[in-house]
Design a binder for this molecule. Sequence first.
Ligand SMILES: [Zn+2]
Length: 235
Amino acid sequence: MIEVLKLLTTLQQIDHELAMLNFKNQEIPKKIEGMKLTINSVRDDLEKGKQQLQEFKKQYKLAELEQKSVDEKIVQYSVQLYQAKTNEQYKAFLKEIDAQKAAKVKIEDQMIENMEQSEAIEKKIQMLAKELAEVESETQSKISVLEQEAKEILQAIKTRQEERRRIVENLSKDIIGVYERIKKGKGGLALAIIEDERCTGCLNPIPPQIVLEIKKGERLYFCDYCGRILACPTT
Ligand SMILES: [Zn+2]
């Protein structure tokens, strides 16, 4: 039984390592996914900025057309002003010209505002494009490191599984069954070492007589309190 306890101790160590490796292995795709989300968010902002800029440019072109049409109207009314036959007609054309001039000022103000906004968006686009390039290259190298890590973890898992298989081969089905059952019920730890006459699984005392029995190695002993398989540090 001393040999069995030794094998079970190693098996427990391997199972613990496998649990850690599997956890790490599951975390890597999540980390990569998170990084991709960051890239996508910067990319979306950049795309939005480009669309906004296009919209401003379109509005500017429309304002230019409007400006041209107002200019034409001013010329038209000015010609008509000279041809006015009555004082009322003259006043009416003058009023029209003033109205068109006021409209022109308004359009030009909008055009200036539009240009300022376009410039601000262009700056934002440049900034976002730079940020995107940086985030992409940074993320790419981080992803490469994580992918390499994932490969190493998979290799380590394979090695541990092989070691585990060899240990299991050397244990009886009954003992493996007991080990697996306690492991499942006790959150991973099926075997507890006795230290200072206490079970390290639950910290309850173990009679010295039991320690001696375990050292004799005639059969398996279990902790009366937590039910784990007991082993001595020397076994
Ligand atoms: Zn215990």
